[in-house]
Design a protein around this ligand. Structure first.
Ligand SMILES: [Zn+2]
Length: 288
């Protein structure tokens, strides 16, 4: 419950090349008063210092897939990120952090995406409030299950922020400032709640619920055989209808979306997802 939040952690650098969150967290560490609000405590930390230093997404494995409950208890998993995940999870428990806000960036045109894991109604209301603060705010909802291995799953409540499009290793000043303002809007919303003066939530708003992923067409060796279709590039959160072009081969042959209903793709052509076998995630639009 939002009302019972006593301590928040703002986290950046879970992926070492995502500079927006990294430089924001550095700023918050230097000027901690920026994130202090009435009614709860806020701390800020870089989660994967070594990857940040090297300027790479991760050292051994993706840190944001290393927080599975079973994996955290498994003493045989000791590579860099596996060990780091155990330390971070322990810290979140020991410091009694109720809410983690993990700041990411993406090469996809995701605007200011607020990812909710699960269906906590309080967080959904907060996200609804955020859609009024900047027209680029989108709400993406994922199911949270026992296999969840995201960093945010180590706290009771978690929100992942994905901003883009921006390349890895690149700072975009406008996106930096918009992300900063989004963080303040979250803190202000929680503070107003603590003061018993809740900020207005729109009576109705749209969120996008994840329904699956689509991989690139591949050959038997697993090598990709086509690219994101130019008409789909940067069209995150736009409707994709059955029969619309989705991929194009290196010979220029178009491949069309075969589904039987309109979907709203996100994470289209995210650089880090080539290795995960994900060309895009599909969502359905839900009117709340
Ligand atoms: Zn990331």
């Amino acid at each position: 419950m939002i009302a019972s939040i006593k301590k928040i952690a703002l986290v950046g650098g879970t992926h070492g090349g995502e500079l927006t969150g990294i430089f924001l967290i550095k700023k918050f560490k230097q000027y901690p008063h920026l994130i202090q609000r009435y009614g709860f405590e806020s701390i800020a930390f870089i989660s994967n210092e070594k990857a940040v230093e090297v300027g790479t997404r991760y050292i051994d494995i993706d840190l944001n897939r290393a927080f599975n409950c079973q994996d955290l208890k498994n003493p045989q998993l000791i590579n860099y990120e596996q060990s780091l995940a155990k330390k971070i999870a322990q810290r979140i428990q020991q410091e009694k952090i109720d809410l983690v806000i993990d700041l990411h960036s993406t090469t996809s045109n995701m605007g200011l995406t607020v990812i909710l894991h699960g269906d906590n109604p309080d967080l959904l209301k907060m996200a609804g409030y955020l859609t009024q603060t900047n027209s680029k705010v989108r709400i993406l909802q994922h199911e949270l299950n026992k296999q969840s291995s995201y960093l945010i799953s180590s706290a009771e409540l978690g929100v992942t922020i994905e901003v883009g499009a921006v390349a890895n290793g690149v700072l975009d000043a406008k996106l930096f400032q918009e992300t900063e303002n989004l963080v303040y809007a979250i803190l202000d919303y929680l503070e107003a709640d603590k003061k018993g003066q809740p900020l207005p939530v729109p009576p109705s708003f749209t969120y996008y619920s994840a329904i699956g992923t689509v991989d690139y067409p591949r050959n038997e060796q697993g090598k990709i055989q086509a690219m994101i279709h130019p008409q789909l590039q940067f069209q995150d959160y736009q409707p994709l209808n059955p029969g619309n072009p989705i991929f194009i081969t290196f010979d220029g042959e178009e491949i069309f979306y075969q589904g039987d209903e309109t979907v709203y793709p996100v994470f289209i052509n995210e650089a880090a997802y080539y290795e995960k076998g994900t060309a895009m995630c599909l969502t359905k639009a839900v009117r709340n």
